[in-house]
Design a protein around this ligand. Structure first.
Ligand code: ZN
Ligand code: ZN
Length: 658
């Protein structure tokens, strides 16, 4: 699209105004937030089943029981209305889930994100029970059906009914919502109720359901008028019930999705549309400034009562004309672990992604679909943007190579994986990313020599390629008590194993190094100063460590091998995946990780099995490289002299040991 210079100037001015207004709006909303007592004691504020937590879904129990009973009695017609309510409400939840997935697919829509800050854990927790309103409406729908049994025999379709429903919606529900919403913005009602909906910093489809009990009761009137009104007038139909409620949810989610989905050209071609349907930009302006754009779905009513945001139109145009998004400063290049853990991605289930990954029952029925997605990704996908956060004004992103853990062990897949990683590095270089950090198997020694393949092939790279293992080694070494004088180490010939061995031996700690190869052993031993070489002892069997209580595991250890450790041993580990903790009389360390600095903003997903705000040490290592502005690539063998330097730098920048 070619934008004329006067138009461009207009957009820029509007943008500037928007930034100022944004600040102003933020301040005013912040002020109202501070002013608001954040109290939850107003009548009808809380949900009656708030204390039930996830047991609240038992409230659907009577409906399910009724359906099952009527199937058992072979009187399915009697239970049909219950079945309809269950199917309809399951689909309403699905509409919200699909919108949530869409709005989190940053690789699809990052240029059209309206508010570019991320949804953080605090907001996710606050909106956790966004689906309370579905339970409420299902209960009320059941009560209405029980009071008016004639509703149970609605026809499938009624053309007049659709028209009637539309008239009732436009004529009554829309203006009624508009005035109710304006009233909710009066100081008293805002501070008692509506502040909750506006407390979500970034709009998200689940924000649509994040309101108080009272507001949802009012919303029941809004949806009840067109649906029940049509039915009581004698034009009701099952299709109308399904259609209206699903469309209602669809539009509520659309307004809160934080991604502009309407092309600006559409409204220029059909100008009247501007007043008939709101957009995500439109409702986001209401959330930002709270003095305009009160309508439900139709801006017509804002126009009518003079509350339409003056800059809406230009802001919409500005978002639609964006061709690129902000360039990240730091990139962590991850990959998928396995089919089940792939569902931990932020765009699959937001709540699940916000807690550390563990196998959950609800994931298993979805396994076949994810497996298919894996095949499609293998055939078609390129490295994609997965999540992001901000730290001290800089943008940090996690990109995912579309490959799963097992594929790294298929010899014929290696070239394809390296091509993907190389593409990602070159893209980062072209964009102007400062540091790209290779996660887990992306820096596998056998695959690409810990990243050396790329830096030697492209000597002019501006982006720094980092494997981050120096910090990983530092984290493992810090966990070993200072008074330990003997350790047993497996996987010593790996990048990390070698560095840990050399570091410990230089500090006069005896290292029992498990390896069958004399050649490898002497190679590492020769790297040590002459007076330290005696601290390195080659052992060939696990039995040799039966008196050593500090085991450092860099290679998968079977229960039989773990059995040789004396009681009270602590297993430090840098093996991926971690060993299974078979020994009850011993303790096991976690994978090396660090906590991100407190100033992190917009982080709402956990890195695999790690807790909130904790990242793998190699991620942290890349971050330190970026924060320090180091000019070298950190690839290949670990520089043992750097271990203490990297550790101190990490602490200096606010990273914390876990
Ligand atoms: Zn809203
Ligand atoms: Zn509002």
């Amino acid at each position: 699209m070619v934008v004329g210079s006067s138009k461009l100037r207009k957009i820029l001015t509007v943008k500037q105004e928007m930034v100022e207004k944004e600040k102003e709006g933020k301040m005013s909303s912040e002020k109202e937030r501070v002013c608001s007592p954040s109290k939850r004691d107003a009548p009808f504020f809380s949900w009656p089943w708030e204390n039930l937590n996830n047991f609240k879904y038992l409230l659907y129990g009577p409906l399910i029981a009724k359906v099952l009973y009527s199937i058992y009695k072979d009187e399915i017609k009697k239970g049909a209305w219950c079945l309809h309510i269950l199917i309809l409400f399951e689909h309403r939840a699905l509409v919200h889930q699909l919108w949530s997935t869409y709005s989190s697919m940053l690789f699809l829509n990052r240029t059209r994100q309206i508010d570019q800050r991320g949804v953080d854990f605090k907001q996710i927790d606050a909106e956790w029970h966004w689906d309370n309103f579905l339970i409420l409406q299902a209960i009320l729908a059941s009560l209405v059906y029980l009071s008016f049994p004639s509703l149970a025999s609605l026809p499938v379709w009624n053309t007049k009914g659709v028209l009637c429903c539309l008239i009732l919606h436009i004529g009554i529900s829309e203006p009624l919502f508009y005035w109710m919403h304006r009233l909710l913005h009066s100081p008293t009602l805002f501070q008692r109720y509506h502040w909750l909906h506006h407390s979500s910093k970034i709009n998200h489809p689940f924000t649509a359901g994040h309101t108080t009990f009272l507001e949802q009761l009012l919303l029941c009137i809004i949806v009840g008028i067109p649906t029940l009104g049509t039915a009581f007038l004698g034009y009701g139909s099952i299709t109308m019930m399904y259609g209206y409620l699903l469309l209602f949810d669809f539009l509520r989610c659309l307004g809160h999705c934080n991604v502009e989905v309407f092309p600006h050209g559409l409204f220029e071609t059909i100008p009247i549309l501007k007043y008939l349907i709101y957009t995500p930009t439109y409702h986001s302006l209401h959330h930002k400034e709270m003095r305009s754009n009160f309508c439900l779905f139709m801006p017509l009513y804002d126009k009518l009562w003079n509350t339409m945001h003056a800059n809406y139109w230009a802001f919409h145009q500005e978002i639609c004309s964006r061709t690129s998004s902000r360039v990240p400063d730091f990139v962590f290049l991850a990959h998928v672990v396995d089919v089940i853990s792939a569902m931990h991605a932020p765009f699959v289930f937001r709540s699940f992604s916000s807690i550390p990954f563990s196998n959950k029952l609800f994931l298993f029925p979805l396994w076949p679909y994810t497996f298919l997605v894996m095949l499609v990704m293998w055939a078609k996908s390129k490295t994609f943007l997965c999540s992001f956060y901000h730290l001290r004004g800089k943008l940090h992103q996690t990109w995912a190579v579309p490959r799963f853990g097992f594929q790294y062990f298929l010899p014929f897949a290696a070239k394809g994986i390296n091509n993907q990683i190389e593409d990602a590095i070159l893209t980062a270089d072209k964009l102007g990313v400062k540091v790209i950090s290779l996660a887990a198997l992306n820096k596998n020694e056998g695959l690409n020599g810990g990243g050396t393949l790329f830096t030697s092939k492209h000597p002019d790279l501006k982006v720094r390629v980092v494997h981050g293992n120096t910090l990983t080694a530092a984290v493992i070494l810090r966990e070993i008590p200072r008074d330990v004088d003997e350790v047993f180490l497996t996987g010593a010939t790996s990048k990390l194993g070698r560095a840990i061995t050399l570091y410990l031996a230089q500090r006069k700690v005896k290292v029992l190094m498990l390896t069958l190869s004399i050649e490898r052993f002497t190679k590492i031993q020769k790297e040590l100063p002459a007076d330290c070489q005696k601290y390195l002892v080659q052992v060939t069997k696990y039995q040799a460590a039966k008196n050593c209580k500090t085991w450092i595991i860099g290679k998968w250890a079977t229960p039989r091998e773990q059995y040789w450790a004396p009681s009270g041993t602590h297993f430090h580990q840098f093996v991926v995946p971690p060993v299974i903790p078979f020994r009850r009389d011993c303790t096991y360390g976690m994978l090396a990780a660090m906590r991100l600095p407190d100033e992190v903003e917009g982080l709402g997903s956990c890195e695999y099995t790690l807790g909130r705000g904790i990242v793998h040490a190699c991620h942290a290592g890349g971050l330190v490289h970026f924060l320090e502005g180091w000019e070298h690539h950190e690839v290949g063998a670990i520089n043992v002299d750097q271990i203490d330097i990297v550790w101190k730098a990490a602490l200096k920048h606010g990273l914390k040991p876990v």
